[in-house]
Design a protein around this ligand. Structure first.
Ligand code: ADP
Length: 314
């Protein structure tokens, strides 16, 4: 009996031990499963995001908020997606501009000759109509339209003629002053006040003709955004030993944030007779110089375009 009781007691003890260790094993298993789930869930999110990107979804997402390696991986991955999206957009713009260039070269070639003979004939007609006020007004209207078409074809042609910038050591202050002098008559006609602030001289490696076109495009846009008695301020400053910054400020109505997103896209225009090519070409030129351009609201109302250009050649 004593031996049997001892054996039963040991058996019970062994059973308790077994139940205890089984419970501990299950609890450890559960804890491990929960831990693995917590650790692997962000990895699952990153994997799903990678699959979506592989299927072409390049929309911007917030990276996973974690301070471990997976958070780091997600941040790097989202950065990479952003870079791909930007490269895609730039490629699309470049392709569009190249197509416009080809079309423009052909169409402009066809249209230019008839346009110049039209202009010539209208001049002759103007001499013929003499003092008849109504006929003179009609001739003036035709002349205006011919001039507009000529200017339009010139704009398209400037897209076709775009070439790599031929960088030379130029004084950007003198270059800008020259471009502004060209614009002065149209600014005076509209009673727009122009202020130019710059150091005495700032040497830069730029393509004179192309940077001149950039300044003319931006100041002309600013003028078109202003009524009479508006103000335009052009400022040049040396940022550091490597870069200069050019600001073109106006005190016009400004640009709303939704339009600002599309400003540099080819064909985006809010003007009745706009081509929507000016800013697209401007950005292309600035980026071909390894520079940057951005548009921001001016603190005291109106618009500011900022161009950053490197001082040294690539
Ligand atoms: P376009 O002048 O033919 O419209 P752009 O590419 O030069 O083409 O300009 C695109 C649009 O950007 C304009 O239609 C205008 O709405 C806006 N924009 C550009 N510059 C300014 C400015 N300084 N102030 C307000 N709007 C501007």
């Amino acid at each position: 009996d004593a031996l049997l009781a001892g054996a039963r007691a040991r058996e019970n003890q062994a059973l308790r031990l077994l139940i205890g260790s089984a419970t501990v094993t299950i609890l450890v298993g559960l804890a491990m499963a929960l831990y693995a789930r917590r650790v692997l869930r962000p990895l699952g999110l990153v994997t799903r995001r990678a699959e979506a990107v592989a299927h072409g979804d390049l929309t911007a997402h917030e990276p996973i908020d974690a301070s471990d390696e997976i958070g780091e991986l997600s941040k790097t991955f989202e950065g990479m997606v952003g870079a791909i999206a930007q490269a895609n957009a730039e490629l699309l713009t470049a392709e569009r501009l190249a197509t416009i260039g080809k079309m423009a070269a052909q169409i402009t070639h066809e249209v230019r000759n008839p346009l110049s003979s039209l202009a010539l004939n209208v001049d002759l007609l103007e001499e013929q109509v003499g003092s008849d006020a109504e006929a003179r007004a009609l001739v003036a209207a035709i002349k205006g339209e011919v001039d507009r078409l000529t200017e339009l074809s010139e704009r398209y042609l400037s897209v076709a003629r775009r070439s790599r910038p031929q960088l030379e050591d130029e004084d950007i202050v003198e270059l800008t002053r020259g471009a502004l002098a060209t614009l002065q008559p149209e600014l005076t006609r509209q009673r727009v006040e122009l202020k130019f602030s710059a150091p005495k001289e700032l040497r830069c490696w730029v393509d004179e003709g192309q940077i001149r076109q950039v300044i003319i495009n931006l100041v002309r846009n600013a003028r078109e955004a202003l009524g009479p008695d508006g103000k335009i301020e052009v400022t040049i400053s040396a940022q550091d030993a490597d870069g200069v910054e050019l600001w073109i400020d106006d005190n016009g109505a400004g640009i709303d944030s939704s339009a600002r997103e599309h400003l540099f896209e080819p064909f985006f225009t809010t003007k009745k007779h706009g081509t929507g090519l000016g800013l697209a070409i401007t950005r292309e030129i600035v980026e071909a110089h390894r520079g940057r351009i951005r548009c921001e609201p001016r603190p005291s109302g109106g618009t500011r375009f900022v161009i950053q250009l490197p001082v040294k050649p690539a």
